[in-house]
Design a protein around this ligand. Structure first.
Ligand code: ZN
Length: 412
């Protein structure tokens, strides 16, 4: 039997945008999906199908999947595990193929969030109804999220997961919603759950105790040791509620470079680390949150050596003080920063400056009508993002104007 692997489901466009005081424009979410796809990530949880302002963005991104730009990445929606939400999701986003349905399973939340409106058996009933409905409506894959799984009684978690499997779920998302697990507890719990229920497990770990990457790996090891596949939830730069989620690039590096995982546990081979730098820089720009200088792999100091002994050692042989190479992350190219005249495309741009900007990207327009149309879209895009558009955003708008227009359209 082939060995089970570890896959990545990035949740930047769902959990990442739930970060207090921060968010992403729909165009920025789209670019994140494009970069995740280029990076070979298995799945992007791309948004909320029952939230009205997401509808155009979600449908346009599914069109981009249809025409090949967002392929082979899977785009999945997040909804509450309610039959009504499943119905509404497929009504508003008919091409939706992949879903995660979420409900709380811990005593804390069932008692103090649902406040007696629903009990343990009620939670299972709501969840199984939602899964069956999603299957009826043609969902290609369904994950079931046990919110606050790490504080859920083990026997109940097993019963819940068993019911999910019987209702047709493909995976259980083990949510360490408060970052309560440590690597040892999550390993044991996930292994037990996987052995009892025989279902693939997603690890969704938060960083409240600074262990999100470690618990994600330990949970994945528990799943693989039990003989099922693991799917680690990540966000770019670890963005997410409170202290954030497991950082995408750190998780990939930890799986490929740490002593106990490299060569022993296999990360989806399609994952291309050389795209790490690009996506980390873009997410930082889009969220408006600088990358800490000591961030693994992509921080400004991740490959900086100053002390005599270390600098000397790194120069003699990089392996003396570097576990991996900056080139592997796609970093090392000089960044050209314009110090003279700069023409940027913005919400009040005119056609001349605009042609200049696109000329530098070596994009030409077939006629004035096309140029005018793209200029108008660029202006609207800038109204949305409120910062100079990146080369990637400008290229996307010029190449996919129809979808860009839809993404920029929000009708209250
Ligand atoms: Zn979360």
């Amino acid at each position: 039997m082939a060995q089970n692997k570890i896959y990545i489901i990035d949740v930047t466009n769902r959990d990442g945008v739930q970060t207090a005081k921060l968010g992403l424009a729909k165009l920025e979410k789209t670019l994140i999906n494009i970069y995740l796809n280029e990076m070979g990530i298995f799945q992007s949880e791309f948004g909320f199908p029952v939230t009205r302002h997401e509808t155009n963005y979600l449908n346009a991104n599914l069109e981009l999947a249809e025409i090949g730009l967002l392929k082979p990445i899977r785009l999945s929606g997040w909804i509450r595990a309610l039959r009504e939400d499943v119905d509404l999701a497929f009504e508003k986003v008919p091409q939706l193929k992949h879903l995660n349905v979420s409900i709380s399973t811990s005593e804390q939340m069932i008692k103090h969030k649902f406040l007696g409106k629903i009990d343990y058996q009620g939670v299972i009933k709501e969840m199984t109804d939602a899964v069956k409905r999603a299957r009826q409506l043609g969902a290609g894959s369904v994950g079931v999220n046990a919110e606050d799984a790490s504080r859920t009684r083990m026997e109940y978690l097993i019963e819940f997961a068993q019911a999910a499997k019987e209702a047709g779920a493909d995976r259980i998302r083990y949510c360490d919603t408060l970052g309560f697990d440590d690597p040892f507890t999550i390993y044991q719990r996930v292994k037990t759950l996987a052995e009892k229920v025989r279902i693939d497990i997603e690890l969704h770990c938060h960083n409240d105790l600074g262990m999100a990457v470690a618990t994600s790996l330990a949970g994945a090891k528990g799943a693989l040791d039990a003989g099922v596949a693991a799917y680690i939830n990540t966000t770019v730069n670890g963005m997410g509620e409170r202290a954030g989620n497991a950082d995408l690039v750190s998780v990939i590096l930890a799986l490929r470079k740490s002593s106990g995982f490299q060569d022993r546990y296999i990360l989806d081979e399609r994952v291309d680390l050389t795209k790490a730098w690009k996506i980390a820089k873009y997410a930082s720009y889009a969220f408006g949150v600088p990358i800490p200088v000591n961030q693994p792999a992509v921080g400004a100091n991740a490959f900086a050596h100053e002390s005599g002994i270390h600098a000397d050692g790194a120069l003699k042989d990089r392996r003396n003080y570097e576990l991996y190479d900056f080139e592997e992350l796609g970093r090392g190219e000089p960044e050209i920063i314009e110090t003279g005249r700069q023409i940027v495309a913005g919400e009040y741009s005119g056609i001349k400056g605009f042609r200049n900007v696109y000329g530098k990207l070596e994009i030409e327009f077939k006629d004035d009508a096309q140029a005018t149309r793209i200029l108008e879209l660029v202006r609207y895009a800038n109204v949305h993002t409120q910062k100079p558009l990146t080369d990637g955003e400008l290229r996307f708008i010029a190449q996919y104007p129809e979808q860009a227009e839809k993404i920029l359209t929000v009708t209250p």
